[in-house]
Design a protein around this ligand. Structure first.
Ligand code: MN
Length: 414
């Protein structure tokens, strides 16, 4: 039995496009100086803001105001049932030759090359987890060789509250931050630009439903509270981080910028790629789960030196995460902490079992001790000025590809 229902669209879509009819991710774009909501399909965007004005668009006049917004937050708050109605309607429109969309292509389809992508949601609160066993162990080994994994790690999906105001859309330049760092052997810090700039290969999920203060969301219920996922580069200044993180964790080494990919890929689109996660040691009952709760999503990181070519320096997979997204959300709310549609929760660096799958320069160059060599002969321990970091993510099965688009940023000097 094939997993995917046979769906053929009248639109010409290349088989290696991220945006097949099975995907239909949500984004915000600017076209002719207007900000609008859109859904990606092949090389195009369906201008949902305009299309929603059609009589047959399956939402009441009262509901349609959500499509005049500049982000998807209000739409998310209409609930899962409405999300599925829009998805089903767009798939019908794309498969039927005589549909309203097919007859009005020039009115409602915009080429992606003609738009600027903007933040798809107004991010409320942002949380970053630390859920890759391989990443936590690698980093632990560098800082505490005799005791790499702290005692709480296999019991708690460790995380911290970050800052949402500095999360930027793919394509935004990143400025090398200043801060306090310690020169090895010295007792007092110096002030200046970070010398250990890094990326973190992460994915983030978007909360799609509110809870009230005091409510909890179980691992099973969490399915209903997650709207979709994005690619996420959590830019990190390792030297600033190293000096400041004791005892309260990440601060200025992290909050200067994180980059997200522009399209929210929905959980409905990702459903066929659910897979078994890593075997877990005994966890407390509120974190236990059954069935497939992880996702087989290929991840890669590319680096493009100034004037050079992009080359891939890491290949990983979302399924390597030890703690899955449903456990993360259950843990986040177990104390009654409320969540809101538009909150963003990132995974933490997703490293795999071997060096080719490590999700940060810190791990790839093993703390700066083992530079990686690029094909143009240049070496890297950390990111240099004018390097561009580009991440990609996609799931693929039975010839169906669900991609996330690019998550790109160039590091600029000061
Ligand atoms: Mn991070």
């Amino acid at each position: 039995m094939p997993i995917f229902a046979a769906m053929k669209t009248w639109l010409d879509i290349s088989s290696n496009s991220d945006f097949s009819i099975h995907n239909l991710p949500f984004g915000t774009f600017s076209h002719a100086n207007r900000k609008k909501l859109g859904v990606a399909i092949g090389d195009y965007i369906i201008d949902v803001s305009n299309f929603s004005q059609e009589k047959e668009f399956p939402f009441s006049e009262d509901e349609k105001y959500v499509f005049s917004q500049k982000t998807w937050n209000r739409f998310m708050q209409l609930g899962k049932e409405k999300h599925l109605i829009l998805r089903g309607f767009l798939q019908d429109q794309l498969t039927s030759e005589g549909s309203c969309l097919a007859k009005n292509k020039s009115k409602y389809l915009v080429r992606q090359t003609e738009v600027e992508m903007l933040m798809p949601i107004n991010i409320g609160d942002y949380t970053d987890f630390y859920s890759s066993l391989e990443h936590a162990t690698n980093v632990g080994k560098m800082f505490r060789p005799d005791n790499p994994l702290l005692p709480n790690w296999k019991h708690i999906p460790v995380g911290y509250h970050g800052r949402s105001s500095s999360i930027v859309i793919s394509g935004t330049n990143i400025i090398r931050p200043n801060g306090q760092t310690i020169v090895p052997g010295q007792e007092s810090p110096i002030f200046g630009p970070s010398k250990r700039m890094d990326f973190e290969l992460e994915m983030a999920f978007v909360v799609g439903k509110d809870t009230l203060l005091g409510e909890t969301v179980s691992v099973e219920e969490a399915e209903d509270y997650i709207f979709g996922m994005l690619l996420f580069n959590d830019w990190s200044a390792r030297d600033i981080q190293k000096w400041e993180y004791v005892p309260l964790g990440p601060f200025l080494g992290k909050n200067f910028a994180s980059t997200v990919s522009p399209w929210i890929v929905t959980m409905e689109a990702l459903h066929a790629f659910k897979t078994q996660g890593p075997k877990q040691d005994k966890v407390l009952p509120y974190l236990q789960y059954s069935g497939k709760k992880s996702f087989d999503i290929h991840l890669e990181v590319g680096i493009t030196p100034n004037g050079g070519n992009r080359e891939i320096i890491s290949r990983s997979n979302h399924k390597y995460l030890y703690w899955n997204i449903y456990q993360q959300l259950a843990h986040h709310t177990v104390n009654g902490c409320n969540i809101k549609a538009g909150d963003l929760m990132a995974s933490g660096t997703i490293s795999g079992p071997d060096k080719s799958s490590f999700g940060s320069m810190l791990e790839l160059s093993w703390g700066g001790k083992e530079p990686i060599e690029l094909s143009n002969g240049e070496k890297r321990t950390f990111i240099e000025d004018k390097d561009t970091i580009s991440m990609r993510a996609w799931a693929e099965k039975e010839g169906i590809r669900i991609g996330f688009g690019d998550c790109v940023g160039q590091l600029l000097g000061q």
